[in-house]
Ligand binder design. Sequence first.
Ligand code: BTN
Length: 243
Amino acid sequence: RELVHFADIDSTNNYAKKIGNDGCPHGTVVTAERQTLGRGRVGRLWQSDNSRGLWFSIVLRPDLEPEKVQIITLAASVAVVEGIIEVLDINCGIKWPNDIILGSCKLGGILTELSAEPGHVNYVVVGIGLNINQDSGDFDQELQDKAASLKLFTGKTHSRAKILSGILKSFEKIYTMLLAGETRQIIDKWNKYSVTVGKEVRIISREVEYIGTAQSVALDGKLVVKCKDGTLREVSSGEVQVR
Ligand code: BTN
C-alpha cells in the first residue's frame, strides 16, 4: 500500500484531501509525528502537537452513494477497537458517532471527510487520532480529566507502529465486509462495542435538546433514541452525552 509519512504537517486530513483531489490510489495512508493544526469534529482542534499518539488518515474510493458513507466511520471505529484488542488485548468502547472510549475517558476520535457529487463519491478521508504514550502532563489543561492514553491506562509505553499496523489490518478486514454488503454484521459489531446503546442520553442537536434511551445504531448509521414520551427518533448528527 502507499504510505506517506511526515514529521510535521498541519493536518493529515488536509494532506489526504489534497492527494485525494490529485487522484492518489485507494487505500493511501498519511501519517505524521506531529500536527500543527489537528482538526476534530465540529470545528474543534485535536491536540496532536507531540509524537506520542497516532495521527493518520486513509484515502478511500468507495463505490457507494454519498448517503451511505456514514457506515465507513462506524466501520473505522470498529476497526480501531478490534485492532487494539488484537495487538494489546485491551477492550475499548465506542461512543456514538465515533469516539473511542477507554475507562470513561476519550482515547481517540475519527474525522471523516467526503468529496462527492450527487450520487457519486470521489473520495473519503478517514482521519484517526489515537492517544498512545501521553502522560497526563502532555494534555492541555482542559483535556486532563477527559483524555485517556494507552500508557496512562497500562502504565507502559506501546509501539505506535504495531498498533497502526493492527488497526490497518482490521480496517482492511471490515472494509472487505462492507464491500461484500455485510452492513448488518458491521452494525452488530458496532452495537456490541458501543457504550451508548442502552444508556440514557442527552442529545444536543442544533436548537433542540432532548433526553431518551439510546436503542441502537441503524443500518444507515443513525442513532435510534427512544424519548421519554415513547417516540423513536433517529439522530444523524449532534452531540450525545451519555448520562
Ligand atoms: C474527534 O473530534 O473526535 C475527531 C478527531 C480526529 C483527529 C484525527 S488526527 C488525524 C486526522 N487529522 C486531523 O486533522 N484530524 C484527524
